[in-house]
Design a binder for this molecule. Structure first.
Ligand SMILES: Cc1cc2nc3c(=O)[nH]c(=O)nc-3n(C[C@H](O)[C@H](O)[C@H](O)COP(=O)(O)OP(=O)(O)OC[C@H]3O[C@@H](n4cnc5c(N)ncnc54)[C@H](O)[C@@H]3O)c2cc1C
Length: 331
């Protein structure tokens, strides 16, 4: 049976990756905006022995998880994924296909769109219906411009979506799992899977943080980040940064929020000494509650802040840390 939205399940070593549930969160919001029902949302998992892990996807957002299984697609190849996606899209005829903007997603999604002869919007920070049409928000010209793209009347419209761009689906669904043959033989594929070489992983994953305290150029130096660090620690949060901070090596790149860093959506985002350039805003404007501390009353960051404090961060931030510790009985 046809569906309206098809999302691609990301998995690794039998574990479903968070991106999967973020795409399903987005799919449910879009279905709500379009007047579609939850039963119009399906997910596709490609690999082998996926029925077990897929049941968690059926329980958290997908009305049906189609597990396309076969030895040839046990491990990721662009060829294998693209062929299965094209065939399932052909059978399900979705209006929208959502794929994570992950190394696998950005590799295979354009191949799928080209194979089907349909348009694609890559690295979207948002997708939303306006006047009955899905609009895809993405950066262009190396992040200098934000594009809002209407992909026309083609079906499907394919999009890759940034990690952290949407909250994960939080509800429960009585979805089902259907295992089908991938329909791809190893000999038919041009690419062969050679192995995974993992890079060093940092301890920081801002996309999953519920509290982020970010410092900008206004902090002034690497050694002055202590005030930001202490507030983050008092709140049990992570430390974020604007690009100059990571460019100057005050913090590693994994802390950078924005168009060339990560997109975050914590419950609380505190920006300290950050002016609010569009490249930073695009990465944090989805936060639940935004507090900005800046000594310039005209700083653009105040335009997206729920609470703005005009003042010197070296006075305000330590005072805030003391207040948090007092409230938690830590002093
Ligand atoms: C292609 C491209 C991609 C980019 N990607 C990103 C990105 O991913 N993320 C990102 O952040 N930027 C990005 N940028 C850079 C962006 O355009 C801005 O230059 C950057 O965000 C500014 O960082 P900032 O706010 O820390 O510094 P500034 O703009 O210099 O602002 C510093 C702020 O600190 C305030 N301040 C100074 N001292 C204090 C004090 N003692 N107390 C309180 N406030 C104080 C000042 O009033 C000022 O508002 C990108 C740019 C380009 C061209």
């Amino acid at each position: 049976m046809a569906c309206k939205i098809l999302t691609l399940v990301e998995h690794e070593s039998g574990a479903i990756r968070d991106t999967t549930f973020e795409l399903l969160g987005l799919a449910h919001r879009l279905a709500g905006e379009a007047g579609w029902s939850a039963s119009d949302i399906k997910a596709l998992a490609i690999g082998q022995d996926l029925a077990g892990p897929a049941s968690s996807v059926a329980a958290r957002g997908a009305a049906e998880v189609i597990c396309a299984e076969g030895e040839a697609v046990r491990d990721y190849t662009c060829d294998g994924h693209a062929r299965v996606l094209e065939s399932v899209i052909g059978a399900e005829s979705p209006e929208i296909v959502l794929i994570g903007h992950t190394p696998n997603g950005w590799d295979c999604a354009p191949v799928v769109a080209a194979g089907l002869g349909v348009p694609i919007a890559t690295e979207c920070s948002n997708v939303a219906f306006e006047n009955g049409r899905p609009l895809f928000t993405r950066k262009a010209f190396n992040g200098k411009f934000i594009q809002v793209v209407d992909l026309g009347d083609a079906r499907p419209k394919v999009a890759t979506v940034q990690r952290g761009a949407s909250p994960a689906f939080g509800g429960g669904t009585p979805g089902t799992v259907r295992v089908v043959p991938a329909g791809v033989a190893a000999g038919e594929l041009r690419a062969a899977f050679a192995g995974v070489k993992k890079g060093e992983t940092g301890a920081v994953d801002l996309t999953q943080a519920s509290v982020i305290v970010s410092g900008g150029r206004g902090v002034g130096a690497a050694e002055k980040f202590g005030v930001v660090r202490e507030l983050a620690a008092a709140l049990g949060g992570q430390i974020g940064a604007s690009r100059p901070v990571t460019d100057m090596g005050w913090l590693p790149h994994e802390h950078q929020v924005g168009s060339s860093g990560v997109t975050v959506n914590p419950k609380l985002y505190i920006a300290c000494g950050i002016s609010g350039a569009i490249q930073h805003i695009v990465g944090m404007k989805g936060s639940g509650y935004i507090v900005a501390i800046n000594k310039d009353p005209d700083a653009p960051i105040f335009g997206v802040a729920d609470v703005g404090v005009v003042g010197d961060l070296f006075e305000i931030v330590p005072a805030l840390t003391r207040a948090v510790k007092e409230a938690k009985g830590q002093t």
